[in-house]
Ligand binder design. Structure first.
Ligand SMILES: Nc1ncnc2c1ncn2[C@@H]1O[C@H](COP(=O)(O)OP(=O)(O)OP(=O)(O)O)[C@@H](O)[C@H]1O
Ligand SMILES: [Mg+2]
Length: 680
């Protein structure tokens, strides 16, 4: 396996099958490589590919891992057919689709994204106070991830705020059930509930997924851990899993991920074998030194030494610009120069930033210089109105109970069905305790809605016709053709041109076509290598929009948030906007936090900085500006910025070499020793 070398501790982690195994190690030390190699090793040791599930954090990471595992197995003449490589959330979808009926969920359930969920909460709370809705949404998410149900939340609620939130949780939960819909958190929480309540289903899946590999373990939350624990406690095994992670890269505490999961592992699995990796294979010495230096300002939970065999490498550049526009412009120019000098390709570069809103100026600057780029981690593509229009049709086809999708689809394009009609239909549906779609076909509907009902029924019948095919036809070509037929039937393109000026309409239509291509790709095969139907693709759309990232193989610069860059590596990295307030990030509400909360927040931001630095392999370019525009359009104002404390913490003045602790003596010294020994 010379094309895929492993060092001794890596090999040890790969070979450990009879005991549960945790690899705890710093960035770039080859944790993900251990997982890939272990997939091959498990298959070589008698596991079938379909009995192995590798869980990663983003879809991008999953597809990269699948590719690497495929390649590795091919060189050994084996096939990865049936291997499950997915995110926790996609595994949740699979489990719920197969087993959801045991807890009252039809296989056709909808997945709501966070803006849909927001809309439902807005109604539950009967307020338009954005801050309050967001706070409650957050609270519900924390409850769900902590496996707290509405009753328990209600019992535990003390303050008035908590009582309101718990009440909203209950009504939110009931609404979701009525819509046959789940939110992202449910994708993990409900399988846990299902397996806890239905032991036979658990036993079935323990037999089906016999070995679990979990990447980025530090970012699993209590709920994900519970799911992993259920599946890995297969009777007769000491714990059939390998988890790899780095506590210094835990960056999702705000989403309920808990570092305690690492200590919990040791408690829950007495036979756990913990392996440390210390050699970094990714970055040059200077980059690693800066990363180590920054993270040394956080309290150490697990002692880790990370060293590298690579050369000192390029000095890390630090630039201060007047404004964020200058920063973006200069980076574009420097990138072109650097690329030329290094004979690099565009895809060797990543521009990383803390917050999504920073992407806009950088995109503009890259466009001005005609530098191709792809944006990942931003939710912009899937949140575009034209994309959500089309997905509302897909969602409705997948799940007739999905009222929000019904309302959006039936009014886009306009069909002369107005809000009053829909309100009447909604009220009638409420009385009869059925979905709006179903209500339209009840015999009593006509009395309530009169002639308007004909238009609604026409629409319903149209959806039923398309759905019939969408449930049956599979694969890239058939599914692509069906979506195009649907778009044609609703005259969507013409409607776009009707609503917008020429350029905007063109742009929107080309996004739609890009989305169709994306759907086709998804239809080609699922995690189990079977072609998907349109309905199956439809069910996972919301999931994709949650995490990432419309990625492509194109030769293009990657623009990414720090969060979305986790696990990935790039030869050359521009880390921008390294300013107080931005990185570390502060929000207006942070003023109300107590000291401990403040410290915890800065520590998490520091880990994020560590993640950013350690993405770079050969060169790292850090920048900041003196003034930065905040807000958009007329509302925007320039604010003064201070350099981030993390710049000092990088210790750029005196980089230490990150050499292996016990240096091999050089040959001259060895020779001198030998002479001394021989007494000559
Ligand atoms: N034993 C090895 N020999 C040579 N190269 C290696 C070895 N192990 C890993 N690498 C390479 O080092 C780089 C980092 O590996 P990998 O991405 O697996 O690290 P990681 O620990 O998962 O990093 P992160 O914490 O950022 O996720 C990759 O390019 C990988 O191919
Ligand atoms: Mg990794």
């Amino acid at each position: 396996m010379s094309s895929f070398p492993l060092n001794a501790p890596q090999q040890d982690a790969v070979n450990t099958i009879d005991r549960p195994c945790l690899v705890l190690a710093g960035a770039g030390s080859g944790k993900t490589r251990v997982i890939t190699a272990k997939i091959a090793h498990l298959i070589g040791s008698g596991y079938e590919a379909r009995q192995i599930a590798a869980l990663t954090f983003t879809n991008k990471a999953a597809s990269e891992m699948k590719e690497r595992a495929d390649g590795l197995l091919k060189t050994e003449g084996k096939s990865a057919r049936g291997l499950v490589v997915s995110t926790f959330h996609s595994l949740g979808v699979r489990l719920l689709r197969a087993e959801g009926e045991h807890i009252g969920l039809k296989p056709s359930f909808s997945i709501l994204d966070s803006s849909d969920a927001y809309g439902i909460l807005q109604e539950a709370l009967a307020t338009t106070d954005k801050k309050q809705i967001k706070a409650v949404q957050n609270q519900i998410s924390l409850w769900k991830n902590g496996l707290v149900d509405p009753d328990a939340a209600n019992d535990a609620a003390r303050s008035e705020e908590e009582i309101i939130a718990a009440r909203a949780f209950r009504s939110y939960d009931a609404t979701l059930r009525a819509y046959q819909a789940v939110d992202f958190d449910d994708l993990i929480r409900l399988p846990v509930r299902l397996f806890t309540e239905h032991h036979d289903r658990l036993v079935h899946w323990q037999g089906r997924l016999r070995y679990l590999l979990v990447d980025e373990y530090q970012d699993t939350n209590a709920c994900q851990y519970a799911l992993m624990k259920l599946l890995a406690r297969r009777p007769g095994s000491a714990g059939a899993f390998t988890a790899v992670g780095d506590d210094d890269q835990s960056i999702y505490a705000w989403r309920g991920a808990s570092i305690e999961n690492i200590t919990q592992l040791e408690k829950d699995w007495p036979q756990l074998k913990v392996i440390k990796l210390e050699q970094n294979y990714r970055s040059s010495q200077r980059i690693l030194a800066a990363a180590n230096s920054v993270i040394s300002h956080n309290p150490k939970v697990y002692e880790k030494k990370l060293w590298s065999d690579h050369g000192l490498g390029d000095p890390i550049s630090l630039k201060v610009y007047e404004t964020d526009e200058d920063e973006a412009k200069e980076i574009a120019l420097r990138l072109i120069g650097h690329k030329f000098e290094r004979r690099a390709t565009f895809r060797d570069y990543a521009v990383l930033y803390r917050s999504n809103h920073q992407a806009r100026v950088i995109e503009q600057a890259l466009r001005n210089e005609k530098i191709p780029y792809v944006l990942s981690g931003g939710q912009s593509f899937f949140e575009r109105a034209e994309i959500k229009d089309l997905t509302s049709y897909l969602r409705l086809m997948a799940n007739g109970d999905d009222d929000p999708a019904f309302i959006r689809a039936i009014t886009t394009p306009k069909r002369g069905i107005g809000p009053t009609t829909l309100e009447a239909l909604g009220a009638y549906a409420g009385e009869r305790k059925v979905s709006m779609f179903e209500a339209a076909f009840l015999p009593g509907a006509h009395d309530r809605l009169g002639r308007k009902l004909d238009d609604i029924r026409d629409f319903g019948e149209f959806i039923n016709r398309v759905t019939y095919r969408a449930e049956r036809e599979t694969g890239e070509e058939a599914v692509g053709a069906l979506v195009l037929e649907l778009l044609k039937a609703i005259e969507y393109e013409a409607w776009l041109y009707d609503q917008h000026d020429q350029r905007a309409a063109q742009n929107k239509w080309s996004n739609v076509l890009e989305f169709v291509e994306w759907i086709k790709k998804r239809a080609a095969e699922d995690e189990f290598h079977k072609p998907r139907t349109l309905i199956e693709v439809a069910q996972t759309v919301a999931l994709i929009s949650m995490m990432d990232n419309k990625d492509s193989e194109a030769d293009a610069v990657r623009l990414s948030t720090l969060h979305a860059s986790k696990g990935l590596e790039y030869p050359h990295v521009f880390l921008v906007g390294v300013e107080e307030g931005l990185l570390p990030h502060t929000r207006p509400d942070d003023a109300g936090e107590d000291e401990a909360e403040g410290v915890a927040r800065i520590e998490e931001e520091r880990r994020l900085m560590y993640v950013g630095i350690t993405r770079a392999q050969r060169s790292l370019h850090v920048s900041l500006c003196r003034r930065r525009k905040r807000g958009r359009g007329k509302q925007s104002q320039a604010i003064n910025c201070e350099p981030s404390r993390f710049i000092n913490e990088m210790g750029l003045d005196a980089p230490q070499q990150q050499r292996k602790p016990e240096e091999k003596p050089d040959s001259r010294a060895m020779f001198a020793n030998l002479k001394a020994m021989l007494g000559k």
